[in-house]
Design a protein. Structure first.
Length: 141
């Protein structure tokens, strides 16, 4: 009877250990649908770094205080953003790494900026200048 109990305990232990090893070898969870709110204010975005896993289906809900173009480098994805409206930017996070996110203000915004700051005969910024506002980090699954 003791031998039978010992064999059963050994088999159960073997199954648990094998399951743990297989779970670790398979590399984790399945891709997820992820929706992330992003706020663009001035020359920054919140959150400053967006973190997802490879294979995730990502939708960024972008709300900006100024009109312009949201640009995700590395994926070469651009999205026009209207002032004070939420825009959706969908992509699948295929490539791993750290990618720059920039914002290009519209010409209308640049002209307003020049009018309020004044033009002193020199350009500190070009119209539609690309401004770094944050990063996307895609980790391996």
């Amino acid at each position: 009877m003791k031998i039978r109990t010992s064999i059963i305990q050994l088999l159960l232990t073997t199954i648990v250990v094998a399951s743990a090893i297989l779970g670790a070898a398979c590399g984790g969870s399945a891709p997820e649908a992820v929706e992330i709110p992003v706020n663009v204010a001035g020359e920054a975005m919140d959150p400053g770094t967006i973190r997802v896993k490879q294979g995730d289906m990502v939708t960024l809900k972008i709300d900006a205080e100024e009109a312009g173009e949201f640009h995700l480098h590395g994926y070469d994805i651009e999205q026009e953003i209207d002032k004070d409206e939420v825009a959706s930017l969908y992509f699948v996070a295929k490539a791993t790494g750290r990618f720059r996110i920039t914002f290009h203000h519209t010409e209308e915004q640049e002209h307003k900026k020049e009018d309020t700051e004044g033009d002193h005969g020199h350009d500190d910024e070009e119209e539609g200048e690309e401004v770094d506002i944050g990063f996307l980090e895609v980790g391996p699954r």
